[in-house]
Design a protein around this ligand. Structure first.
Ligand SMILES: Cc1cc2nc3c(=O)[nH]c(=O)nc-3n(C[C@H](O)[C@H](O)[C@H](O)COP(=O)(O)OP(=O)(O)OC[C@H]3O[C@@H](n4cnc5c(N)ncnc54)[C@H](O)[C@@H]3O)c2cc1C
Length: 378
């Protein structure tokens, strides 16, 4: 089967990987470079972790995701992942940690309850102020995102996938399986799959209600020298509250000597904006991220901001991934809502099964939306 994929982020590359493994002929069209530094998938790291609040479908999907990453590591002949463990915290008035813990108990995922003294005893760079619930999972870690995207692209080229860069798609005829490029040329295929991330609504305006491009800011920090070793051994930290909160990615040195930084960000959605322009974070946006973490990181004013960046989420209001059929031969994946990277390869495999008609479309779309019994399933 001849397939065309629009978009070279983790979703497009993962679909290309899985389609090629299944024997399809694959061409991928990317509007920028590969990796595209403006894409949502391109930063030092992305997190994979089991705690997912009360969302049973996505909690279960993490296990499938780990298995799919193992298949990727085998194909790449390297492991671009570091296990850190996951520390989940909630302050007064917030129930996220408690609902995560309840779900992990039901789904039999190992985790240990902590109190504030245990947290600050083990990680003295943290403050225990106002801490209501805390638990630690030995599982969870860092996916080295930019390295994964570039290694996957190199691997796909070796496997005979055609990767075209600076190839912006401007139109799709989903019934014919035809795409039109910015230079006016056209290409045909049996199946066209759009994985355009936060650019989805620009190419497919009908999907705007389930794919809002949300501007997010992240901040890289250099801790004081005496805390460096402690941070390099620290777990990822999630304090994802309704009104206040942040996530923290600890620094690591990878097996092959790559150094990644300490990063903080805010999972709450930002303003709608064009992912192709105005990428420079404003000082007040950086201050807002730091303010969210100040109650939890001791002496935060002694940390130096080394870099701040914007990145764009592709948001569906309930954070449920969207798989849409556009016509007889056209499909789109969108709405990864700031939590899709960890699932890239398993999503690529499931979408491949649907495109090759080994699995039903509706059943695949429901699974991608995280709908299992008791969690959104009709
Ligand atoms: C700050 C931040 C933190 C995050 N943290 C996590 C995390 O910890 N864990 C996690 O699992 N997920 C996380 N995510 C979410 C995750 O990164 C995304 O879900 C995932 O990267 C989306 O991949 P994608 O391929 O859909 O989009 P993208 O990576 O944006 O790829 C889309 C590609 O399509 C190309 N394109 C668009 N339009 C066209 C066109 N018309 N023609 C040709 N090419 C086109 C673009 O140039 C782009 O390269 C985070 C996201 C952000 C922004």
């Amino acid at each position: 089967m001849k397939t065309l994929i629009v978009g070279g982020g983790i979703m497009g590359l993962s679909a290309a990987w899985a389609l090629r493994r299944a024997g399809a002929e694959v061409t991928l069209l990317e509007q920028g470079a590969l990796p595209n530094p403006l894409g949502t998938s391109v930063d030092q790291h992305r997190l994979i972790r089991y705690p997912y609040g009360a969302q049973r479908g996505y909690t279960r999907m993490v296990r499938d995701a780990y298995h799919a990453w193992e298949r990727v590591w085998r194909d790449l002949k390297m492991t671009l992942y570091a296990e850190t463990g996951t520390l989940v915290l909630s302050g007064e008035g917030d129930g996220w940690a408690a609902s995560c813990a309840a779900m992990l108990r039901e789904e039999d995922v190992e985790h240990l309850s902590f109190d504030d003294a245990m947290v600050t005893g083990r990680w003295p760079m943290l403050r225990g102020d106002g801490l209501k619930d805390a638990f630690y999972c030995p599982s969870g870690g860092l996916l080295f995102a930019e390295a994964i995207v570039s290694s996957l692209a190199a691997h796909l080229r070796e496997r005979g996938v055609v990767l075209r860069t600076e190839a912006k798609v401007t139109g799709i005829d989903a019934d014919q399986g035809r795409v039109t490029l910015a230079d006016g040329s056209q290409m045909d295929a049996d199946r066209v799959l759009v994985c355009a991330g936060p650019w989805t609504a620009q190419l497919l305006p009908d999907l705007a209600p389930v794919s809002r491009s949300s501007r997010q800011v992240i901040v890289y920090l250099q801790p004081p020298a005496d805390l460096n070793a402690a941070w390099h051994a620290a777990p990822m930290l999630l304090e994802i509250g309704e009104t206040k909160g942040f996530y923290l990615v600890p620094p690591r040195v990878t097996r092959d000597g790559m150094r990644t930084g300490l990063k903080i960000g805010d999972h709450r959605f930002g303003p709608t904006a064009d992912p192709g322009s105005d990428r420079e974070p404003k000082p007040e946006e950086i201050d807002a991220i730091l303010a969210n973490a100040r109650h939890r990181i001791a002496d935060l004013e002694q940390y130096r901001v080394t870099q701040a960046k914007t990145c764009f989420y592709d948001v569906e209001a309930e954070e449920r991934f969207q798989f849409r059929q556009l016509g007889a031969r056209g499909f789109a994946f969108c709405g990864s809502s700031g939590h899709g990277f960890k699932f890239g390869p398993v999503i690529g495999e499931r979408i491949t099964d649907a495109l090759l008609e080994k699995a039903g479309f509706a059943e695949t779309a429901r699974w991608l939306a995280g709908m299992v019994d008791g969690d959104g399933a009709p």
